[in-house]
Ligand binder design. Structure first.
Ligand code: FE
Length: 239
């Protein structure tokens, strides 16, 4: 499998990681959590590698950046947008828990992992031993739970009942990292995550006292992402 992510596909403004996965033989590929400002970069890379982008997935309706899905659909016709049904967003494909997204001989399985938002999903590629946790589980952290139908208790259950149940050696790729870290494992987070190794009660207390300011982009990003970024594309083209 061809894999791009980490610092190669980073948005420094929102500290978002985008991931591109491709099946070597069929050249079918999927992109996870693209960012609108980097859609041209991503489509260029896909073209250079001779890949066919079949799906553009989002782990959730992001509040800190506008998704690149709408622009990628325009740049690479035939590509379909994918998000969870529970997210309430519009997309070509709405996933339920256990839904599969195939690309060549590989596939992603979608697991509902709500808590950061009500519609968060973790995408797991069992064959490669990797998972994309969105904002549900970050490296030594987790996403905030005070907006978009978030719930600390729900996030805790999602991590413990889904992500921590994956094999210990599975590599975990988050949607963001603010310190430049790029990858972790199930075993590492089960041992060292300073929040999610605590009891549920302690975790809820930690999340209650984060005192974070409102995400700067939320009023612009959430409505745009509910239509997979297309709103912003149309608006930009009108200006
Ligand atoms: Fe988020």
């Amino acid at each position: 499998m061809i894999f791009f992510g980490g610092k190669d596909m980073f948005d420094p403004v929102s500290c978002t990681y985008t991931y591109l996965l491709a099946d070597v033989d069929s050249k079918e590929s999927v992109i996870i959590d693209p960012v609108i400002e980097w859609a041209e970069r991503d489509s260029e890379l896909i073209r250079e590698l001779g890949l066919n982008l079949v799906y553009a997935l989002n782990t959730h309706v992001h509040a800190d950046h506008i998704t690149g899905t709408g622009t990628l659909k325009r740049l690479l016709p035939g590509c379909m947008s994918v998000i969870s049904k529970e997210s309430g967003a519009q997309a070509d494909i709405l996933l339920n828990h256990g839904g599969r997204v195939p690309f060549g001989k590989n596939s992603l399985t979608a697991f509902m992992t709500p808590g950061h938002t009500a519609g968060c999903m973790t995408y797991v590629c069992e064959k490669q031993g990797i998972a994309f946790t969105g904002d549900t589980l970050l490296i030594r952290g987790c996403g905030r739970t005070d907006f978009q139908g978030g719930s600390s208790e729900t996030l805790y259950q999602s991590v413990h009942s889904v992500i921590f149940k994956l094999p210990d050696n599975f590599k975990l790729y988050p949607a963001h990292d603010y310190k430049g870290l790029t990858v972790t494992t199930v075993a590492e987070e089960k041992t060292y995550n300073p929040r999610l190794t605590k009891s549920l009660e302690e975790f809820i207390e930690i999340m209650k006292n984060l005192n974070l300011s409102k995400p700067k982009m939320i009023d612009k990003a959430v409505p745009a992402n509910k239509v997979c970024g297309l709103y912003e594309v149309e608006r930009k083209e009108e200006i």
